[in-house]
Design a protein around this ligand. Sequence first.
Ligand code: FAD
Length: 284
Amino acid sequence: MIPAAFDYAAPTSLEEAISLLQQHGDEAKLLAGGHSLLPLMKLRLAVPSFVVDLGRIPDLAYIREDGNRIAIGAMTTHDALQSSQLLQQRVPLIAQAAGMVGDMQVRNRGTIGGSIAHADPASDLPAVVTALKGEIVARGPNGTRTIPAEDFFQDIWTSVLEPEEVVTEIRVPAADNALQTYEKFRQRSADWAIVGVAVDITRQNGAVSQASVVLTNVGPTPMRATGVEEALQGRPATAETIAAVAARADEGLEPSGELKASREYKLHLTRVLTRRALEAVLLR
Ligand code: FAD
């Protein structure tokens, strides 16, 4: 449980961090909250010879309005997301889901940038940011690029991020009275999701005009429940509609079974949690 030896640097600017990543290539790893990287290093599943700590770079932790979007700095902790009044009012899905990440210790150290960059399909925020149709801003040697969350996650622990790029910001649309929620099923309160469902819905004249439903931990990336989204479109939200639509939530999914949950149980949870999430935003 002791990591292999590594060199360490704590740069004070993004430029310096990017330059260190360029110098050390695949041997280097960025360190944010350390709550995914350090356990992997202790198990020697990650063996970087150079660790670049983002903790001393100023201005990477913030939550601010930017027109009709909210911009969130990559080093913003889960705890800051959970307690942000701006997010609670204008993007409640992020504040709610961040409050369900791990335990207090994890929320105090873990960051949104680390969670997104790590691209773990069992993590909550990748599905949430995908459901919100958010964007990930990454800076590298060739400048800054903005990647839709929809295109960011490629496979388990794999994203389109280049080794010498740093996630600097996450941007999500803001809305008043948003119909959003996150349903997470876990055995104990601080556990990872066995299955999670992130929902963001817009309703006009009593009917659903836009539905975004994205699932946690039932595939190699955040999985969009397109059958549910299509079936909700233009429909008035009644309990009968929701029950019929939620029954389609597991269409096309091939989740792997795990110690705590078989494949079939995960598919069952997916349908049940989707119904609960839709009821929560549309009926209550
Ligand atoms: P780090 O561990 O520092 O880094 C993770 C990876 O991302 C590394 O590869 C690192 O190089 C890279 N990275 C970090 N920041 C950047 C950046 N800005 N740009 C590019 N690459 C970067 N998560 C959940 O979603 N739900 C849970 O229920 C949950 N439970 C947990 C329980 C425990 C006991 C623990 C230890 C962790 C848990 N987590 C959970 C994970 C937690 O949310 C982590 O904080 C998160 O996954 C990674 O964020 P971090 O800031 O700690 O990143």
